[in-house]
Design a binder for this molecule. Structure first.
Ligand code: SAH
Length: 218
């Protein structure tokens, strides 16, 4: 191996080690995170920190989540290869790319048109053809494509949004950070049953808030 290949192999090993040590143990999730390079999802000044287990700033004042949180959320969602998944909050597109390895079909929505466009370009470059990225206010879900087997919200809501609960199949699972924007938030897993919903509190998290309406660039 030349020096560069050795550096990148070493970086990848450390990246996967950090994930495991933070509790990401699901084999399919780890394989997906080994395969999808986080580098292209971070542009500019912070690009060189792509392999650290840290959230980083992206365009439109948003953040790409910490890799271990992406791993833990993907694992909590219990995605199966036949699932149709909705992600609310495309951001950089990294989480959607991970989901694309776990699911049959991924729809991802963001209120910022620029983020959707840039993520779409990366999906094309990486040949991730089972992802559709849409500019929309995701608190209303994606009625045209509903219902979903799995829904992942990557922005914090005060409560799990009603339209998203309604677009979840019976037996479906939604993972969503819940709480006031800057105060304590909890990651919640909602499971839909024939006659209602079960709520599990998973862990404390910190996400940017779910905001109503489209971004000013849209
Ligand atoms: N999952 C992303 C990180 C998400 S950051 C990643 O992997 O990089 C949260 C994102 O939620 C931001 O991009 C923000 O624009 C988006 N967002 C906030 N409120 C929204 C809403 N109502 N509808 C759709 N997207 C929203």
């Amino acid at each position: 191996m030349n020096d560069r290949a050795e550096d990148s192999a070493e970086r990848k090993m450390q990246f996967l080690f950090a994930l495991r040590s933070k509790g990401v143990t699901d084999a399919r999730v780890l394989t997906a995170m080994e395969k999808i390079d986080r580098g292209p999802f971070i542009r500019g000044y912070f690009a060189e920190r792509a392999y650290e287990d840290m959230p980083l700033p992206i365009a439109c004042g948003q953040t790409i989540s910490q890799p271990s949180v992406v791993g833990l959320m993907s694992q909590a969602l219990k995605v199966s290869p036949r699932d149709k998944v909705l992600e609310v909050g495309t951001g950089s597109g990294y989480q959607a790319a991970i989901l694309s390895q776990l699911a049959r079909r991924v729809y991802t929505v963001d209120r910022h048109k620029r983020l959707v466009r840039e993520a779409g370009e990366i999906f094309r470059d990486m040949d991730l053809t089972n992802i559709t990225a849409v500019t929309a206010d995701g608190s209303f879900g994606l009625p045209d494509q509903a219902p979903f087997d799995r829904i992942l919200v990557t922005a914090a809501a005060e409560d799990p949004p009603g339209p998203l609960l309604a677009q979840l199949k019976i037996g479906g699972i939604m993972v969503v950070p819940v709480g006031q924007s800057d105060a304590v938030q909890s990651l919640i897993r909602v499971t839909r049953h024939e006659r209602g919903f079960d709520y599990d509190e998973l862990r404390p998290v910190r996400f940017v808030p779910l905001v109503e309406g489209l971004g000013r660039d849209s």
